[in-house]
Design a protein around this ligand. Structure first.
Ligand code: GLU
Length: 446
């Protein structure tokens, strides 16, 4: 039996890190088991779904590197949901209800005020054909509910262990709205069944849906997938992430210069006992993936930790993986030597631009000790220069001036770069070249 997983976002907003974690987990599971990964847009909510959000989701997933093998959108499958409803009707598992939202609300309040769970009372099942006809004549159109069986519903959840619900304690779910449109519980169960989804990995906010969908899948004669419900992410203070979407949306992180590898590395380890080290690409994450490694506690998304990981990812990033992004930063001539020299000193890729300017544009040098810098300038060897030039030059300067350590090096760094810290000067010096280095040591902007 093929392993098939799906990510089923609703295109009613941009993806945030919580969604991305679910997408990544499904993708890693599929890749690890050499199975298929489906992207399915749950877009039956036509009021809130937009084409722009759908495109945004695809863009975000591609940015993360989570390519999909199959694609579907629910709005193109309405006939399948209609066919499933016919089967449920024939099996006497679907019934029309005529209550207005206000009437349902009153029923709920009455039950709650008596301390009872707000379970739908199935009053609609008692309606005779005449009563139904009268309600229709009154201008009411029915919504349709699935008739649950009052039995135990249990499954072995890959994340939560054994989960049990009592069918009698659940409300019959509405599957079709009064305007005829199918709702998520139905469309999702039909799709999972017809697309032969073998594993459903989603957030724990869907646990109760799973109980309903298990009965639905069974009533429709589909094979049951294996379920895993992961704890939802909270922010550093324990708040729901959806409250601060700007700072946790994938597009926001991308615009802020966060690397996709930092996001995938961070999310793949979040909620497990291990931390990301910034060295792992998606292949490495696949190798180490284990769905049972996620704990039951609420994981906290910490943007400072993601920042730190972002720097480590950049420090590890090979030139081949970054070269085609230099053009967008107007660094077309940045070569491997430049990249290897500056990558330990950046926290965002765009920071490389500052170092490029320091190497190749005018910089105002900081001259703390003019005579010393002048002496050093006069001792600069002639070109060609390479990585050994710095050591031999500063060796000569040390011998001539008696300086060592900070007093030897620090004034040179300030003069050559205008800054008191940065990449190793043995890498920078050959990029600066004789003319520029000599001029800066003498205090000239070059
Ligand atoms: N569209 C649903 C959501 O975004 C899908 C949940 C699921 O079945 O995975 O929450």
């Amino acid at each position: 039996m093929e392993t098939r997983l799906r990510f089923a976002p609703s295109p009613t907003g941009r993806l945030h890190v919580g969604n991305a974690r679910i997408a990544l987990t499904n993708w890693l599971f599929a890749r690890k088991s050499k199975g298929a990964f489906l992207l399915r847009l749950d877009d039956t909510d036509i009021e809130r779904s937009t084409k722009e959000f759908a495109q945004g989701i695809e863009e975000d997933l591609r940015w993360l590197g989570l390519e999909w093998d199959e694609f579907a959108r629910q709005s193109a499958r309405l006939d399948r949901y209609g066919a499933a409803l016919d089967r449920l009707r024939k099996a006497d598992r679907l019934y029309p209800c005529y209550e207005t939202p206000e009437e349902l609300e009153i029923k709920r309040k009455v039950l709650m005020s008596r301390g009872l769970p707000p379970i739908y009372d199935r009053a609609a099942l008692e309606l005779s054909a005449d009563e139904q006809a009268a309600l229709v004549a009154e201008g009411r159109t029915p919504h349709w509910r699935f008739k649950l069986e009052g039995v135990a519903i249990e499954w072995d959840d890959l994340s939560r262990g054994r989960v049990a619900f009592d069918g009698k304690a659940l409300s019959d779910p509405v599957l079709v709205r009064a305007d005829g449109r199918p709702l998520y519980s139905l469309s999702s169960a039909v799709d999972d069944g017809e697309m032969f989804v073998s594993h459903v990995i989603r957030g724990e906010d869907h646990v109760a849906n799973t109980a309903l969908q298990i009965q639905l899948l069974q009533a429709l004669g589909y094979r049951l997938p294996t379920f895993a419900h992961l704890p939802l992410l909270a922010d550093e203070r324990g708040q729901n992430l959806s409250k601060r979407l700007d700072s946790v949306s994938l597009s926001g992180l991308r615009d802020d210069g966060i690397e996709s590898l930092a996001v995938t590395g961070y999310l793949a380890h979040l909620g497990t006992s291990q931390a990301a080290d910034g060295s792992e690409d998606l292949g490495a994450l696949i190798d180490r993936f284990d769905i049972t490694a996620f704990g039951r506690a609420t994981p906290h998304f910490d943007s400072n930790e993601l920042e730190r990981l972002n720097a480590r990812v950049l420090h590890n990033l090979p030139y081949e993986l970054v070269a085609d992004r230099f053009g967008a930063l107007s660094l077309d001539n940045a070569d491997e030597a430049f990249w290897l020299a500056v990558r330990p000193n950046i926290r965002r890729l765009a920071d490389a631009v500052d170092w490029w300017r320091i190497c190749y544009d005018a910089v105002t040098p900081v001259i703390e000790d003019p005579p010393y810098c002048l002496t050093a300038a006069e001792m600069l060897p002639s070109e060609p220069w390479d990585e050994s030039t710095w050591a031999s030059w500063t060796g000569d300067v040390a011998a001539a001036t008696g300086r060592k350590g900070k007093s030897l090096f620090h004034p040179l760094r300030l003069a050559l770069t205008g800054l008191d810290r940065g990449p190793e000067l043995k890498h920078l010096l050959p990029m600066l070249g004789f003319q520029r280095a000599a001029l800066r040591l003498k205090g000239g902007a070059a």
